[in-house]
Design a protein around this ligand. Structure first.
Ligand code: TNX
Length: 533
């Protein structure tokens, strides 16, 4: 099936902003640029933000960063934050873990947060004398630090030394997420991206409180993770990509490096092995996995729906058991994503049998199944999470599954797909789900979008980036920014804060920061970007 014809099949299948003068000037003049940012610039919008007019804290050579005593994760977040700031500010910023509640400096504490902010929430207090982040869990400290980063002058995110001062506006923020799952997906199968490229993206998404990175590790065009029991998958099946380039794959040590890097930023990796369709790379690597015993050629085009694992073949399930077993052992997160989309070369009854049996294999390895929403056509386990990727606002099998307890991650292709073009003339991307500029990406309510899938059935949101046309990190960034922050805000901020005009003000305030960070973002005409950004 061609990309152009997919749209038809999919449908069938399925507060005012204050910008200071310094911020507006971007990176131009360091002294002027180091000006306090307003609370109203933070993305995602916090639950409550109460500014203390006229009050600010200034980070100086006397500032110490304190981490909750006895907590290695708190110390790690403090060290990460201080290391980042030392680069741009040139300040010493020592990290101290021995005192409980300092009255000066920047403190990351695991005491005194409101219980209601949960595991990822935090309370941030900024007075003239101190900045305090309080959380119930280390994850909350990390999220709070991302807010603090956004409240520092944009030059604090530079990778070279900048002139201060380093003021932070005074007040209090109490904040916690609306949804547990706030994801980004990167397709490393259509084009391969190195460990360093994935880590760069993790850094960028973590700033917006994204907590899941779903890696699409296999597809027709490439198999991207080494599996010891089936070595040809990576060695041969990883050697191509769309357009015929050399592809690549992650060794298990590489994958672990990604998992650990993500964990240090409180991002959970969800590995996806797409099955039973999207499997040409595996079928090309092992003739014995094919129903006819003949390995197809490797594939470098962009069609979908032509490949399928051999459902009646017992070896198929040995293969899945061994692949899932190795990936589960490398993955501390709870999920293994089994794909399940666009299996148009598999009959409906074969599909249901395959998904049901594969779910059992994943469960036997101690993991929870995620699958594209097509898995609702089988019999999802109560724990299985279905990821909606359709372009309609109703999907009967998914609504029925939700009524049975299935949780849903919302990735409607016409809203959340980062590979859709912004406009007709966007150089990258596709159009099968429509054009998506900032307004479209932001203007929908994940908890009230799909009929029969209400707020309590929604686990969260995810913004997938398919990479048929995406080759470089600059390409990734161009498609993700500014739309990824829109999806991040839908996932984190309470619906009561939802306001397109205010959001676009917040987004505009990010432009100078992205420029300083070297993020190649799309200057949407729907947003007013500060001059120089
Ligand atoms: C559909 S969405 C796909 C992918 C393509 C994408 C391109 C989904 C679950 N499958 O195989 O890469 O469209 O936009």
């Amino acid at each position: 099936m061609t990309i152009a014809s997919r749209q038809t099949r999919c449908i069938a299948a399925l507060a005012g902003i204050v910008l200071t003068a310094g911020l507006v000037s971007g990176i131009a003049a360091p002294a002027a640029a180091a000006t306090a940012v307003a609370f109203s610039a933070v993305v995602p919008a916090p639950v409550t933000a109460t500014a203390a007019p006229g009050v600010s804290y200034t980070v100086t050579s006397a500032t110490t960063v304190y981490a909750a005593p006895g907590s290695a994760p708190a110390a790690a977040t403090a060290n990460q934050f201080a290391a980042r700031l030392r680069v741009s500010t040139g300040l010493p910023l020592p990290v101290v873990t021995t005192v409980a509640g300092p009255s000066d400096g920047i403190a990351l504490l695991l005491t005194g947060a409101p219980p209601g902010v949960g595991a990822e929430g935090y309370q941030l207090d900024i007075t003239a004398g101190a900045i305090t982040v309080r959380a119930n869990q280390p994850a909350g400290l990390f999220r709070g630090v991302q807010t603090l980063r956004q409240l520092l002058p944009v030059t604090a995110d530079a990778t070279t030394p900048q002139a201060g001062p380093w003021p932070v506006p005074g007040g209090q923020i109490i904040d916690y997420p609306r949804f547990a799952h706030r994801g980004a997906m990167l397709d490393v199968a259509r084009h391969f991206f190195t460990v360093a490229q994935v880590q760069r993206y993790i850094d960028q998404i973590a700033l917006y409180k994204i907590n899941v990175l779903h890696l699409h590790l296999s597809d027709d065009q490439g198999w991207r993770i080494a599996i010891n029991s089936w070595p040809n998958l990576a060695a041969y099946g990883g050697g191509t990509q769309v357009g015929g380039g050399p592809g690549g794959y992650y060794t298990q040590a590489d994958y672990t490096a990604i998992v650990n890097y993500a964990a240090d930023r409180y991002v959970t990796i969800v590995p996806e092995i797409d099955m039973p369709g999207h499997t040409n790379a595996a079928l090309a690597s092992y003739a014995q996995l094919n129903c006819n015993g003949v390995a197809p050629a490797r594939y470098t085009g962009t069609q979908v729906g032509f490949s399928s694992l051999c459902v009646p073949l017992e070896l198929t399930y040995t293969f899945i058991d061994q692949v899932v077993g190795e990936i589960a052992a490398l993955t501390p997160g709870p999920y293994v994503h089994i794909g399940g989309d666009e299996a148009s070369s598999t009959t409906a009854s074969d599909y249901a049998y395959f998904i049901n049996r594969t779910q059992q294999i994943v469960a036997a390895h101690g993991k929870t199944v995620m699958g594209w929403h097509d898995v609702a056509n089988a019999t999802p386990l109560p724990s299985t999470v279905a990821q909606f990727w359709g372009t309609t606002t109703s999907n009967a099998p998914l609504a029925a599954a939700a009524a049975n307890g299935t949780k849903v991650v919302m990735s409607p292709a016409n809203k959340a797909y980062l590979d859709m073009k912004y406009r007709n003339n966007t150089r990258l991307g596709q159009k099968w789900a429509g054009l998506i500029d900032v307004n479209t990406a932001y203007e929908w309510n994940p908890g009230a979008y799909l009929s029969g899938v209400g707020e309590t059935a929604v686990l969260g949101v995810e913004a997938p980036l398919w990479t048929e046309t995406i080759v470089t990190s600059a390409d990734i960034e161009y498609m993700a920014f500014p739309r990824l922050p829109a999806i991040a805000e839908l996932g984190w901020s309470p619906w009561s804060t939802h306001n397109l005009t205010a959001f676009k003000g917040r987004l505009g305030a990010q432009g100078p920061r992205w420029r300083v960070m070297g993020i190649n973002y799309y200057h949407s005409t729907q947003v007013t970007w500060p001059s120089g950004s």
